[in-house]
Design a protein around this ligand. Structure first.
Ligand code: FAD
Ligand code: FES
Length: 250
């Protein structure tokens, strides 16, 4: 983990309310897919957790939706040439085993961003089947990144693009044809619950990346604690954010 003062190269809107922020970290950062960054926001004491969508040498790209005051300030106030403070890379990230050839990725909302890093990391050596859910056409972004895998299904809640329904519904309709060896997922909790219930008894490992509120991002403050199914607790920032789905209470 590094604390860096980066230089913003670009911060622009790529879909309605969704921004892509690229900064130079000043040094090469090695990142596992699914790891995240705590990004500093001018005027806010706490950094905000955002998945690392792309890491190329010193260049780090985060994609984020304007959600509350912190992300709004980032969108409006963070301009090319300015300094940005970041802690990265954080968390465990996704890890696909050698024998797992067919990888399904199922994402919704801002959960697509860590999954894009997994598609980029594994597209050359694995067969990736991506199911990505959006509210509608105006939220759709980074389609070229999602197309790096073998197949892509875009699902929209309003049917304005692609499959009319959720990413989980689209995935489950394809499940018997694709028969993935492993599933990687990230998205809103109701989506993860729907996936969990649909995958019951199918005997395929499912890894989910959780998006809890965070304070420190490095395991010290316990703001992000979640419950494990065995009664223990886990820090999403340090023990996660990726967990085997059946290990955590959703
Ligand atoms: C590991 C991780 C990776 C993430 N990756 C991304 C990403 O790639 N792109 C992206 O757009 N967002 C991502 N998020 C969510 C992002 O951190 C929050 O949207 C952001 O911190 C909100 O800050 P804010 O100041 O704008 O909103 P606040 O004013 O702090 O909150 C606005 C609303 O968002 C809710 N909220 C705050 N933090 C979170 C959170 N961590 N998860 C869910 N809801 C939250 C609050 O309860 C409130 O309702 C990620 C979160 C985690 C934990
Ligand atoms: S955010 Fe502080 S322990 Fe996880």
């Amino acid at each position: 983990m590094r604390e860096v003062t980066g230089i913003v190269l670009e911060n622009r809107e790529i879909a309605r309310g969704i921004y892509s922020l690229t900064f130079s970290a000043g040094e090469e950062i090695s990142v596992r897919p699914g790891q995240f960054c705590m990004i500093g926001v001018q005027g806010f004491p706490l950094r905000r957790p955002i998945a690392i969508c792309r890491a190329e040498g010193e260049r780090i790209t985060l994609c984020y939706r304007v959600n509350g005051n912190g992300t709004r300030t980032l969108a409006e106030g963070c301009k090319a040439g300015e300094k940005v403070s970041a802690l990265l890379p954080l968390g465990n990230g996704f890890f696909v085993q050698e024998g797992e050839k067919k990888v399904a990725v199922v994402g919704g909302g801002v959960g697509i961003f860590p999954l894009i890093s997994a598609i980029r990391a594994y597209c050359d050596e694995k067969e990736i089947y991506a199911y990505m859910g959006f509210r509608g056409r105006d939220a759709l972004c980074l389609e070229y990144e999602m197309r790096r895998g073998k197949e892509l299904v875009i699902a929209t809640d309003d049917g304005s693009v692609g499959y009319h329904g959720t990413a989980v519904q689209a995935f489950m309709e394809d499940f018997d044809r694709v028969r993935p060896d492993v599933v990687l997922s990230c998205g809103p909790t109701p989506m993860l619950r729907a996936l969990k219930s649909a995958m019951q008894g199918r005997n395929v490992p499912v890894y989910v990346s959780l998006e809890e509120r965070m304070g420190c991002g490095i395991g010290a403050c316990l703001v992000c604690v979640c419950d494990r199914t065995n009664g223990a607790h886990a820090r999403v920032c340090k023990d996660g954010p990726v967990f085997e789905m059946n290990d955590v209470v959703l």
